[in-house]
Design a protein around this ligand. Structure first.
Ligand SMILES: [Zn+2]
Ligand SMILES: [Zn+2]
Ligand SMILES: [Zn+2]
Length: 256
């Protein structure tokens, strides 16, 4: 299928158009943007303003367009000396200290980013909530269910409430506010204990070497885990597993 370009009036393959949806072919569009830049016409100026301000075309007063055109001409003159004026701080700096779009210097760009992030944190916007969720869960942004985002926001809201609280602190595990002296690191004692018990249970159930060694070292004895020989561990393990089997068989007989 072919299409006629509205500028050069020639029939061209669809691949010569952007996304198949444009009236003008890629070659003509590129030429047009070069011509616009050289002529500094309104279309080009408005594009540049949109890059900086997010203003709509109808919101641009002609004085803004005039100011922008003057500024570009000024920058073009400075360019010969490898200099440029920053649109935000109005300082004249070397070209290499400018970001990609060449409108504002890197320092201003960084400031802008920080300001934007501060607003996002202040209002708990989706971007910030998603960033925090990704940090904890490792999910990518499109995998997050709206309910998860909602929950994340309410947790962050609670965290902000207790962030600088004089007496209370929020536990990351149980999400309860507790007195500050009841904490070990960022988790409350109760949750720490629960977590430790769970780990111990896993080791006990699997009869790991670490668990068996700990049986010899407990009760404040002088032995350390490294002192226990492998042979002893194996014998003890066999004994424990045997005892467990016997216990199971006895229990089954009782049930009968
Ligand atoms: Zn064309
Ligand atoms: Zn600047
Ligand atoms: Zn807790």
């Amino acid at each position: 299928m072919n299409r006629t370009c509205a500028i050069c009036k020639t029939d061209k393959d669809l691949n010569d158009f952007y996304n198949g949806g444009s009236w003008f072919c890629i070659k003509c569009l590129k030429q047009r943007s070069i011509d616009d830049r050289n002529a500094l016409n309104d279309r080009y100026i408005k594009n540049r303003i949109r890059m900086i301000t997010d203003l709509g075309n109808k919101e641009m007063h002609y004085s803004i367009i005039h100011e922008m055109r003057e500024w570009i001409i000024k920058c073009d003159n400075l360019k010969d000396q490898d200099l440029r004026e920053c649109y935000r701080c109005k300082y004249i700096k070397p070209i290499k200290s400018f970001a990609k779009t060449m409108n504002i210097c890197r320092r201003c760009k960084y400031k802008e980013k920080k300001e934007r992030e501060a607003v996002q944190i202040e209002n708990l916007e989706d971007t910030h909530v998603k960033y925090r969720i990704a940090k904890v869960t490792g999910l990518s942004r499109h995998e997050m269910h709206p309910l998860l985002i909602k929950e994340g926001r309410s947790i962050l809201k609670r965290m902000a409430t207790y962030h600088n609280h004089s007496r209370l602190r929020l536990c990351y595990a149980c999400n309860k506010a507790k007195k500050r002296n009841l904490f070990a690191k960022s988790i409350c004692m109760e949750c720490t204990k629960k977590r430790d018990n769970e780990t111990r249970k896993v080791h006990r159930d699997s009869c790991s070497d670490g668990y068996i060694k700990s049986l010899f070292c407990n009760h404040g004895g002088a032995l350390r885990r490294a002192d226990i020989p492998k042979g002893l561990v194996d014998i003890k393990k066999e004994e424990i597993l045997l005892n467990r089997t016997v216990k199971k068989i006895k229990q089954k007989e009782k049930e009968k």
